[in-house]
Each structure stands twice: as C-alpha cells, then as structure tokens.
Ligand binder design. Structure first.
Ligand code: G3H
Length: 533
C-alpha cells in the first residue's frame, strides 16, 4: 500500500465550516435551534500546527422529544385526517411542487456535494453521482406518476358496477435514511411519499446530516406548510417519541433491522403502521470453476469495496470453487493492490477513510478472529490502519467458525470461502438471516440455470457475471427475511407509499349522471377524468 497521505483540502472542494447546522424545518418554517448540539467532525484528518486533526465541519442540532412532536403535529395538521389541502390536492399540483423543489435542489449541487464528501468521506466522483442520481430519481418518479395517473383516469366496468380505481395516500410518514447514502436513500422514500399525498417527518441520518441542510429553504418554499418537516438528533430522542404517539401511518426506514424493530415496537397500534424497510444484507457471490477469473475478480473487488464496502448491496462473502479458489484469490489480491487510496476530494481515489465510529476497530476484530481460525490476509498491507483509514483485507480461506462468515461487515473486507459442491453455497444462503441478492460468475448454462432456480426462492435478485447492486432505479429493489420489507423502485415506491382506493356505483342512468356531474363540475380531485399531461 502506498502510504496514505492526509493532504490538505482542495479549496474548490472544501465546504469550510458550515454555519447552518442548528436548523430544522417545522410547519413550513426554517427554525433556529437553541438547544443541545453535537459537533460534526469529518473522518478526514488535516495537517494543523498541532499535528493531524480531524476537521470540524460544523454543528448539528440535537432536537428533543418536544421539537420532534411539534414536527409530527405539523404533519398531522397538514394531513388533517385526510381532508388537508395536500392529500386532497390534484396530482398535477403535487407534481408541480416536486418539480419546483428539484429545480431549486439542482442549484445547490456543489454546496451539497462538498458537505457529502467531507461528512462521510465518499469520493468526489461518487458524491456527484449520488446527487445526480437523486435528482434523476425525483424526475423519474414524476414521470412514473404521470403514467400511473393516466392509466387510472379510466373507468372500469364490471358485473353491473362502474368504478374509478386510483391510489390514495396512507397518511403521515416518518422517513429515516442511512449515512452511506444520506441523500439518495432519504429522497428515494421522501419524494414518493410526498408526491403520493402523504405528509412527512424526515429524520436525517446521524452522519451525513449537514449535506441535507442547505435544502431546507428549498423544501420550505416548494411545499405547503407542514407537508414536509425535517428534523435532526438522536433516534431515541426524536424518532421514539414520534412513534410512541401512534399517529404515524407509515415508517420508511433504511438502516439496521435492530433499529427498525425497536422503532416499530414503539408504535402502540401495529395494525395501523405500514412499513417500508431497507435493512442489512450479506450478499454472496459464487465463482463456478469455468468462470472468467479476471472478470470475476474485478467485479467482486468493485462489488465488495466500492465506498469501502459500506453498501447494503456490497458483496460480503465470495464462494470460490476449490479448483480455482487459489488462483481467483491471487487475482483478487492483485486487483486490490491497484486501487488508489487517498482523500475523498482527490480525483481518481477509490479507497477512503471510514466515517463510522469504531468501524476501524470492528474491521480489525474481524481480521483477528478470522486469522485465529485459520484464514490468511492475502494482500500486501491488508488490514493496515492509519487513523480512520483501514486498508482492505482479502481473507482466505474463510470458514463457518469465523465471525466474518455470517455477520455483515459493512466495511472493506473481501472474504473468500472455498467450496466443492454448489449446495454448500445454497445452504449458506438458506441459513442466512438475510435475503437480498446474490451474484453468479460462470459460463455453464446448466449449472447457472440450476443455481438461478434455487436462489430465486431465497433472494430477490440474481446477478450474472456482475456484482450486486440496486440500480438501475427502475428495477425492483427489495429483499427477503431480515433484508427488507416492501419494494422500492421508481414505480414500486409510488405503490408502497399509497393504497388502492376506488369509487364504485351500480350502473344506472342516475348514477352515471351523478358521476358525470361531479366530474364536469370539478367537484372532486379523486373522481376526475382529467388528462392534464
Ligand atoms: O446501501 C444500499 C444501497 O441502496 C445500495 O445502492 O447498489 O446503488 O450502491 P447501490
């Protein structure tokens, strides 16, 4: 490993000290917070006269239960038991608000990306991509809703009844995203929730908070008061009191199953609560004996180490057939040695420091434990530590006694397990508490076909000769067991944040006339045949 250099910031990619951290959005008002706050400290060290020090990026408001309940009250008021202006508004109006927001958001690109890069040490290129992907997701959501609404404008006739079937909001949503995609995974729940007519309290992630805050004013001017409320703070201090009221209709949470379970158990009316959850995963890959090893090594390294392995979709264990396992591992180790480590604001950097407290210590423990059970670190400097930076470790041969076998490392460890019979791999997948995706590398159609058929009943996506991933965003993104509840894709998200509802009547001249009068007089936003797009 080239010695990691803690070089000082590139000025145009430096967010400086962000002064807007002590703010939240409640009831249409961007409020200054005078209470408790935490320091937001970057994982990036900088040279100072006192030596290397982590850079303080600003402060973040630690709201309390009262403030959180005020945000909820604002969302409840805007929903107004389903009679509020937002849930009864036309689809056109909601689309216009979202479009206005996205236009404003785009103007903040660099401000947001600078903070994102420095808060979670995501490379500049990946941070730009996360921002652009989020805006594109918003635009695709609008296009999908137009399609859906066009289709549901038609009346259905059956068995002497006519009906108009549409989708209506669920109510008040609490949306919470994770630190690894603090923009993208906030907005892939928040935007569909809003556009379907729900009102929202969004609790920002513990890390990756500041990068969301330049957008508070844009939300405030784009949406009516109370429709979107944005709060920060410890989950136990702000999300728990909100859930305990029993007034939340929908919990959209991307994070760990442990926290999701704690939150949903706080809700006193479980049957009222609908949940959309994106949780942990231990996505495995299998390398069949005749696989193209160069391709497999490249894809597996990228799949395991992109954003230092801090992705729910990362490849977290790789099963390599005994015939090729040594050769495959050597190629993986060589590929890891070619990856550039450095400061996330530098161009061309792939490996960066880790933002999560204790992550470096946890990675070291995985390596020590695996080595104590017979694995070896196969790459030069694998597992070397430099402050918040942990150099990826390629561990081989990994076995069932090791913690890395079953636990989700969520960090830069490439774990390779040799196998002889593909059933060993399938049994691993079946025994895992997770069930998101898997990758197959090979060329034998019969062997791959058999694996596909078995895997499809254990995970939700099988990737052929490529790593696991969420995108393209029009594809369903979901999981079985402890990995997810509900499906997110551009169009699926519109469905999970709404419920099918209909107006039906017996076919008769009177009821047809009545429906026509409602539509022609524009007396309802629901019962309408408007083709506005
Ligand atoms: O952490 C989970 C993300 O949704 C993964 O998305 O596969 O595009 O990195 P990605």
């Amino acid at each position: 490993m080239k010695e990691l250099q803690w070089i000082n910031a590139i000025p145009e990619r430096d967010p400086g000290t962000y002064s807007g951290g002590l703010r939240c959005l409640i009831n249409g008002e961007v409020r200054e917070w005078k209470g408790a706050a935490s320091d937001v400290v970057s994982p990036i060290y900088q040279k100072t006269p006192n030596g290397l020090e982590r850079r303080q990026l600003g402060k973040c408001a630690l709201l309390d239960g009262d403030a959180a309940r005020q945000a909820l009250t604002a969302a409840l008021k805007a929903y107004d038991k389903g009679r509020g202006a937002w849930p009864t508004s036309s689809v056109t109006n909601r689309i216009q608000c979202c479009e206005a927001f996205l236009q404003r958001m785009e103007k903040r690109r660099l401000e947001v990306v600078r903070l994102l890069t420095w808060e979670v040490a995501k490379s500049w290129a990946d941070s730009l991509q996360e921002f652009d992907r989020t805006v594109a997701y918003g635009r695709a959501t609008i296009a999908a809703l137009k399609d859906m609404d066009r289709a549901s404008s038609r009346f259905v006739l059956d068995s002497g009844f006519f009906a108009q079937v549409r989708r209506s909001p669920c109510g008040v949503a609490l949306c919470m995203g994770p630190y690894n995609y603090p923009l993208n995974e906030m907005y892939t729940t928040l935007l569909p929730a809003l556009i379907m007519g729900n009102t929202v309290v969004a609790k920002l992630p513990r890390m990756g908070t500041l990068c969301n805050l330049p957008l508070l004013e844009d939300f405030a001017v784009s949406f009516p008061s109370g429709v979107i409320n944005i709060i920060t703070g410890e989950g136990s201090a702000v999300a728990t009191p909100i859930m305990e009221t029993g007034d939340v209709d929908l919990l959209a949470f991307i994070g760990s199953a442990r926290v999701a379970n704690i939150l949903s158990q706080k809700h006193p009316r479980p049957n009222r609560l609908r949940e959309v959850l994106g949780l942990g995963a231990k996505n495995p890959a299998i390398i069949l004996p005749e696989a193209n090893l160069d391709l497999a090594a490249k894809e597996c390294v990228d799949g395991a180490l992109a954003f230092n392995g801090q992705r729910c979709t990362a490849l977290k264990i790789i099963f390599a057939h005994r015939k090729i396992a040594d050769e495959f591992t050597a190629r993986v180790a060589r590929t890891v040695s070619t990856l550039a480590a450095g400061m996330p604001f530098e161009d061309g950097v792939f490996l960066t420091p880790q933002p999560e407290e204790h992550a470096v210590k946890r990675m070291c423990e995985y390596v020590e434990d695996a080595v104590s059970h017979g694995a070896r670190v196969m790459n030069p400097d694998g597992g070397a530590v430099n402050l918040t930076y942990f150099h990826p470790a390629v561990l081989y041969p990994v076995g069932a006694k090791m913690k890395i076998w079953a636990e989700e490392q969520f960090g830069p460890i490439v774990a390779i397990a040799p196998y002889g019979d593909p059933n060993e791999f399938l049994d691993y997948v079946a025994a895992s508490p997770y069930g998101q995706q898997a990758s197959i590398f090979g060329a034998d159609p019969a062997a791959i076909g058999r694996l596909i058929d078995a895997l499809m009943n254990q995970v939700c996506r099988v990737n052929l000769n490529t790593q696991c991933r969420r995108g393209p965003d029009i594809y369903p993104f979901n999981g079985r067991k402890d990995s997810a509840e509900g499906t997110l894709s551009v169009s699926d998200a519109l469905r999970v944040f709404s419920i099918r509802t209909l107006v039906a009547a017996k076919e008769s001249p009177d009821s047809t006339q009545l429906a026509q009068n409602i539509i022609r007089g524009r007396h309802s936003q629901f019962l309408t045949r408007d083709y506005l797009f």
